[in-house]
Design a protein around this ligand. Sequence first.
Ligand code: COA
Ligand code: ZN
Length: 310
Amino acid sequence: MSTKDPIEIVDVAPRDGFQAVKAMIPTAAKIAVTSALMDANFRRLEVGAFVSPRAIPQMADTKQVHAALAAKRQARGMRFSTLIPNALGAKNAMAAGITDLVFVVSASQSHNQSNVKRSIAESLGELEKVVDLASGVDGFQLRVNIATVFDCPYEGRVPDAQVFALIEQITGHDVAVEIGLCDTTGRAFPDHVQELCGEAVARYASNPGVSWAFHGHDTYGLGVANALYAYDAGIRVFDAAAAGLGGCPFAPGASGNTASEDLVFTFENMGISSGVDLEILLDATKIIAGLDGIDGGGHVRNLPRQRVCG
Ligand code: COA
Ligand code: ZN
């Protein structure tokens, strides 16, 4: 039996994945993919976003996707989070009964401007409003995704000190927070991932209200390596997307998230449990690959099944 700490993979294909697809994916197809991912035994999925439909039209049916799967989700005791860029997003999500919220802010000014049309300070003001709105609300759970913590498409490598100054402000609220350290462009290198994640975990080790996740992209083929270095640094929660879908429309040159199946394959073969059923996940990736306009990534799903699951 393995003595290594298990990991939890949050599949973000139903958000980061779908938002990167230009052709509108029919709501029924989104529901079918999300449902297939539930069957693969993920404990958490990030499903859609309450953002401006003009900014990302693909996310406009988020409420319907959540509603269609609410009974199945509850029966399985799973978590469905959703992304919000501002207080209005939180209000709309909570009006739809969704209290598992992922607030996004970037570590670099220019990416924050391009993504949410606000300065970092303005975004932090929105976060404060979100916390005010949601604290005391039953089931409220907060993730703050910090985009571009390693590399910004406009500014290059982001200084660690800038990231920690932002983390300091985010953790200043009287609410438990999971911080997603996001390699938005996929241009982080493993040594940098290990350094920054290790420092983050160490700095807040005595604060039970702060926990961590690593959100990687595989643009340069470093997604799995970066996740392994993040694990080595103490991170146990990983965002990834089935079929390697994904990418921020406001980060030029960035491609898909690290493929969930590649992470499951690697970690499980290293004796680190993810709880995910790889065979069923591979079936789900086939549904995704069959959608119009899909250009996914990853490796494992393209290999003969018996060589992967044997
Ligand atoms: N959900 C739905 N509509 C929203 C919204 C939200 N969370 N936030 C703002 N809007 C609407 C406003 O109601 C307003 O509508 P109106 O023109 O009909 O009155 C309109 O959007 C403009 O509002 P404003 O606050 O001026 O927004 P903006 O144009 O400055 O855009 C964001 C800011 C954050 C809303 C927009 O950039 C956005 O949604 N970005 C999403 C980024 C994203 O998801 N990136 C990928 C994930 S990292
Ligand atoms: Zn991403």
